[in-house]
Design a protein around this ligand. Structure first.
Ligand code: ATP
Ligand code: LTN
Length: 331
């Protein structure tokens, strides 16, 4: 039997280049070797206030974009979190095995509470518990994510181990799978911050996969660099240039050393143009496929239903075991 992989993406907007490099590109590489389950986590996205019509659209668009970016819906179980109610049920049970002290330490919670100070809801606080439920429901061994999710994965492991220690081996204890390069693509204008698809402050911070080529080139040309004129990979002292080199290296599947050699003696303008062109080349076929898929509502519905049903069956097996373990009556 193949090992199970699980990962999720929030429908809080549309995919950006950091999501692609840090997560989705690697997911597509795993689809032959593993039993892959990828989920549009729409319930997680509700932790931030959403406008209903746009939210609905975004979720469908995200689903189509994942397929366009390389996830074959016949090889991967690709579905919406809200299609499988077991996610919410298991999350409740796991809430009772997670300490408030653990949730208080989560940096994403602290960061999002600052960004959404007018809406620090309980869902934002217990967000990592729902995430643990997502993963543990499918007995996943590996969870491919970007660097920002490492702490959530550690919490998921702790909760799984705690539960297993009390009730026996109910859950597979998963491991994070974080790429060595590109796990944290930084914002183009503010290199202290990770690039984020729900960024609203400055659109020049983020390159979206569906941005037109002129916008991509413009965003790359405006990216913050430094004044010493040297193209060198040095994240501590040259964060802007290192970020551009990382984007280029990941998209071209080369090392940052090779990248440095390739750009030796060239100016920042040439690097920015090359990065912009590499992004445009990557996204062009994705955009083309996306346009086809998004106009075929019947096909998307069919995939959602088929995959959602497959996911629900697998999830029900684990949920039944959990209920039996804790002593919930079933009739
Ligand atoms: P939001 O802005 O709504 O929090 P996000 O851009 O952080 O969204 P998610 O849906 O939370 O995206 O994450 C999807 C995947 O992309 C996750 O595996 C996450 O670790 C990864 N990811 C997110 N941002 C980056 C980034 N800047 N660099 C690399 N990977 C990233
Ligand atoms: N929390 C993740 C999204 C997410 C996820 C998951 C990732 C929800 N459930 C399960 C991996 C596995 C995020 O904010 N990127």
């Amino acid at each position: 039997m193949k090992k199970v992989i699980f990962s999720g993406v929030q429908s809080t907007g549309t995919l950006m280049i950091g999501n692609y490099i840090g997560a989705v590109k690697n997911w597509a590489r795993m689809q032959d070797e593993y039993d892959c389950i990828y989920c549009v986590v729409d319930y997680h996205a509700l932790t931030v206030r959403q406008e209903p019509a746009a939210f609905k659209e975004n979720a469908r668009s995200m689903f189509a974009l994942l397929i366009a970016a390389g996830l074959d819906p016949d090889k991967n179980t690709l579905y919406f979190q809200s299609q499988v109610s077991a996610h919410a049920e298991l999350a409740w049970i796991l809430n009772c095995f997670t300490y408030a002290g653990e949730l208080n330490r989560m940096t994403q919670y602290k960061e999002k509470s600052q960004r959404h100070a007018d809406n620090i809801n309980a869902g934002l606080y217990t967000y990592p518990v729902l995430m643990a439920a997502d993963i543990l429901l499918y007995q996943a061994s590996l969870v491919p994510v970007g660097e920002d999710q490492k702490q959530h994965l550690e919490l998921c492991r702790d909760v799984a181990l705690r539960f297993n220690n009390i009730y026996g081996n109910v859950f597979t204890v998963p491991e994070a799978h974080i790429p060595q390069m590109g796990a944290r693509i930084m914002s183009l204008q503010d290199t202290d911050k990770k690039m984020s698809k729900s960024e609203t402050e400055n659109p020049n911070n983020v390159i979206f996969l569906l941005d037109p080529p002129e916008t991509i080139m413009k965003k790359c040309k405006r990216a913050v660099t430094d004044s010493d004129g040297l193209i060198k990979f040095d994240t501590a002292n040259k964060p802007g240039i290192s970020n551009l080199l990382t984007i280029y290296a990941c998209l071209k599947d080369i090392s940052t050393d090779e990248c440095e050699k390739q750009f030796a003696g060239m100016g920042y303008g040439a690097l920015k143009t090359a990065v912009g062109e590499a992004v445009c080349e990557t996204v062009a076929p994705i955009k083309k496929k996306y346009d086809m898929l998004i106009s075929d509502a019947a096909y998307l519905d069919e995939i959602c239903i088929k995959n959602g049903n497959r996911a629900a069956k697998a999830a029900a097996e684990t949920l039944d075991r959990v209920k039996a373990a804790v002593g919930i009556n079933t009739f």
